[in-house]
Design a protein around this ligand. Structure first.
Ligand code: FAD
Length: 449
């Protein structure tokens, strides 16, 4: 009887333990991707992520076909679709790589059901170097602060070596959907031009990025806060969709670097650590994208802006050049430099006093790396409501940030060419006054506790 491999956020053939286990078993393999927008705990993908998913699945289908396999596309709730695929194909084993957000409830229920039916269901560790429940404080609980968390991780055994890709897959392909019928790509207007120019979705593109980064950019990683310098890896969407695994990244960066690159190695690996930490938090707080991690923020008096005002932020027309540059980079390329993500998020939540959830939703829709853990955790971190968050009184001053990290204004000029002309809008708020208003609001809430 065949085996089913159910792919989710692990769109790769190399270092894919679920796929490797199925191939090893020596029976025909059905490789399934299910577009599930119905199950509890799954959040429908935003527009930029749908664009990415389309291309990623296309590449993966080609790779599987090259190995003798095939990718089957289906749509529907996992709790119905998986059992019906089992019945249809007569499969007696299902393999998947674990996920760590709220959707893991679906996986757990399905696993018991398959096992109750006398079949095999096995899940694997593939997307995180350290599974969330394995890292605990001395008292046995979860961590809420990054530095001791990452130290505890670094005291564990080194992450395992990546697995090689199978050399051959004996695939079978029961009927499924045509990718084009999912209409994941934008039609009119076609907003994806900048995405196409910036990215190569798929595992090959991911490995090219990693190689280029290790060889050329890691040596400049100590300057990673300068948004106009290509000093970071831009691996985030590839990691998000699992086109490359953190184990592959870890082992490539850990060894075999030039001396200049090796100096920055631990700093880079600790950023991979922030991704792990975000999942650690999400695992223990599955509603991280909708609920304040720190409950004292529930009383915070967020303002409710007019849509037109919010649009000035979304479209990069706030009149604050570094904020507008970031928001335009995001809209155009589906990605924004980390430093500028912090500045734009701080501007929204502090200077405009808009609820972080509003910003999180916009990023969710527009980022190609929109990630259920990192996006929510980072927004809460900036807003001050999150784990190990920047204290609320630390309001980023966008002008000082720009002076420090974009001193020649290269980043701003690249994204906001009209800055300094009559076409460029006046600031939508006074930075000093709005900063003070945010601090006063916070004071009032913390005093009332
Ligand atoms: P690099 O510096 O090359 O880092 C390597 C990898 O480490 C990244 O690809 C990413 O997987 C991980 N990483 C780096 N920094 C962080 C971080 N602070 N938190 C979690 N993981 C990190 N990252 C996402 O992957 N998805 C998101 O949806 C997301 N939303 C964010 C929202 C806000 C408001 C902020 C401030 C940050 C957000 N980040 C998010 C974190 C960070 O900005 C991006 O991971 C990073 O900019 C990606 O660029 P890179 O791959 O070149 O990073």
């Amino acid at each position: 009887a065949p085996s089913i491999v159910w792919l989710r956020d692990d769109l790769r053939v190399a270092d894919n333990p679920a796929l490797a286990a199925a191939v090893e078993r020596g029976r025909p393999v059905v490789v399934l991707y299910l577009l599930d927008e119905e199950s509890a705990g799954v959040r429908p993908l935003g527009g930029a992520s749908r664009w990415w998913l389309h291309h990623s699945l296309e590449r993966l289908g080609e790779e599987l076909a090259g190995l003798g396999g095939a990718l089957t596309l289906r749509r529907g709730a996992a709790e119905r679709s998986i059992p019906s695929l089992i019945e249809e194909t007569g499969a007696d084993a299902v393999y998947w790589n674990r996920r760590y957000g709220a959707a893991r409830q679906t996986d757990a229920a399905l696993k018991s059901r398959v096992i109750d039916d006398g079949l095999e269901a096995t899940s694997f560790q593939a997307s995180l170097l350290f599974e969330p429940w394995t890292i605990t404080t001395g008292a046995g609980g979860p961590y809420g602060v990054f530095t001791p968390y990452w130290k505890a991780c670094m005291n564990r055994a080194e992450p395992r070596e990546p697995l090689p890709a199978p050399t051959r897959i004996e695939g079978i392909a029961p009927g499924g959907d045509a990718l084009a019928d999912w209409t994941l790509l934008p039609t009119r207007p076609d907003w994806a031009e900048g995405l196409r120019e910036t990215w190569t979705p798929g595992s090959a593109g991911a490995h090219d990025r990693l190689e280029e980064f290790a060889e050329e950019m890691l040596a400049d990683y100590h300057r990673r806060d300068e948004p106009d310098l290509r000093a970071t890896s831009m691996l985030s969407p590839h990691l998000r969709f699992g086109e490359i695994s953190p184990f592959e990244v870890w082992h490539r960066i850990r060894y075999g670097l030039s001396a200049a690159a090796a100096k920055n190695r631990d700093k880079f690996l600790s950023e991979i650590g922030w991704r792990e930490f975000s999942y650690h938090i999400l695992f223990h707080h599955p509603d991280l994208a909708t609920r304040n991690y720190r409950a004292d923020f529930d009383a915070f008096p967020w303002t409710t802006p007019e849509d037109a005002e919010l649009d000035r932020w979304r479209r990069g027309r706030t009149g604050i050049p570094i904020v507008d540059a970031g928001m335009r980079q995001l809209w155009r390329t589906g990605w924004m430099h980390n430093r500028v993500r912090m500045i734009t998020a701080s501007f929204l939540t502090k200077n405009l006093q808009v609820d972080w959830r509003t910003g999180e939703e916009w990023f969710w829709d527009t980022l190609v790396d929109a990630d259920e853990a990192s996006n929510a955790a980072s927004w809460q971190w900036v807003a001050g409501s999150g784990a190990d968050a920047a204290p609320y009184f630390r309001v980023f001053n966008p002008e000082l940030q720009a002076k420090k990290f974009d001193p020649r204004g290269e980043y701003v000029h690249r994204w906001v060419p009209e800055v300094g002309t009559d076409e460029y809008p006046e600031p939508m708020v006074d930075l000093r006054e709005s900063r003070q208003a945010a601090l006063d609001a916070y004071e009032a809430v913390s005093a009332a506790r």
